[in-house]
Design a protein around this ligand. Structure first.
Ligand code: MF3
Ligand code: CO
Ligand code: CO
Length: 271
């Protein structure tokens, strides 16, 4: 297998799948409140995808080698869950944070994205972790252009996370995405500048850093999916699907509710 360079038709269809994936996150936002269960969020997203959008929830029954089929339609990763949290009947409580990861399939193409949500009022250290992780994702995205290397992106993300006193999860990474959920290349969120795959126009991949408040080490729960921090401290993640264009990048997973580019990177306004 090698890296797929998308043609104009692929790109058009990825734009549609990406927008639909983002719109599921817009749709679910008002429901993320104290008292709701993640199983309820899963049901709401499932029904919206299938009945309103006419999309397929890619996670449902997804079964990579060495795994059992994923049993739900979204991933809900609460507090110390890093990723692949399986929706369940436990209600969210005030002060929790949750990553909701949605991947839709439309017309054979995947749109993969996730956001962090704060449940009620959270402590400042919680929102700070989510904010720095959002900046990490965006620092990576903003470097995307032909000629850049994946190691440049990983290194920049790692630097920003570690300067804030956090650590970067190494066992899971971003990935090429298109007709398949997970394609080459692997997009590591740590690394060495000037190394790794050189970006070319037409590549589409995710950037989805998982950043831990404590140490980077992970533990996989007996369900075979749920990944938690070994030290049980908080973890955060954001994800976009991004196209490499001739001049830079285009974010595929955009909708009316997409959060703005962080102030840290916003273009300076002419005085
Ligand atoms: N959406 C996740 C990603 O960003 C993958 C989830 S696989 C699942 O790559 F089976 F857990 F849904
Ligand atoms: Co992904
Ligand atoms: Co995802």
């Amino acid at each position: 297998m090698s890296i797929v360079i998308k043609n104009q038709e692929d790109i058009e269809k990825m734009r549609i799948a990406g927008r639909l994936g983002a719109e599921v996150l817009d749709f679910i936002t008002p429901y993320v409140k104290p008292g709701v269960t993640t199983a309820e969020l899963d049901r709401l997203c499932h029904d919206y995808m299938v009945n309103v959008q006419g999309t397929i929830p890619a996670p449902l029954n997804y079964c990579p080698p060495g795994y059992t089929p994923y049993p739900k339609s979204i991933c809900t990763s609460v507090n110390h869950v890093i990723c692949h949290g399986i929706p369940n009947d436990k209600p969210l409580k005030n002060g929790d944070c949750i990553n909701i990861d949605v991947t839709v399939i439309k017309d054979g193409y995947h749109g993969d994205n996730s956001r962090m949500f704060m449940v009620g009022e959270v402590a400042p250290y919680v929102s700070r972790l989510a904010q720095v992780t959002y900046e990490c994702m965006w620092i990576g995205i903003d470097l995307v252009k032909p000629g850049r290397r994946l190691g440049d992106i990983g290194a920049a993300i790692q630097r920003h996370a570690e300067r804030a006193g956090y650590s970067v999860v190494q066992e899971f990474c971003g990935h090429g995405v298109g007709k398949r959920f997970h394609e080459e290349p692997q997009v590591l969120h740590y690394g060495t500048p000037g190394t790794g795959v050189e970006l070319r126009a037409g590549m589409i991949f995710t950037i989805e850093p998982m950043i831990n408040l404590g140490k980077r080490h992970i533990h996989v729960m007996p369900d075979g999916w749920t990944v938690v921090t070994k030290d049980r401290k908080l973890s955060a993640q954001w994800e976009h699907t991004v196209l490499v264009t001739e001049t830079g990048y285009e974010i595929m997973t955009q909708s009316a509710g997409t959060p703005a580019k962080p102030a840290l990177l916003a273009s300076p306004v002419a005085a």
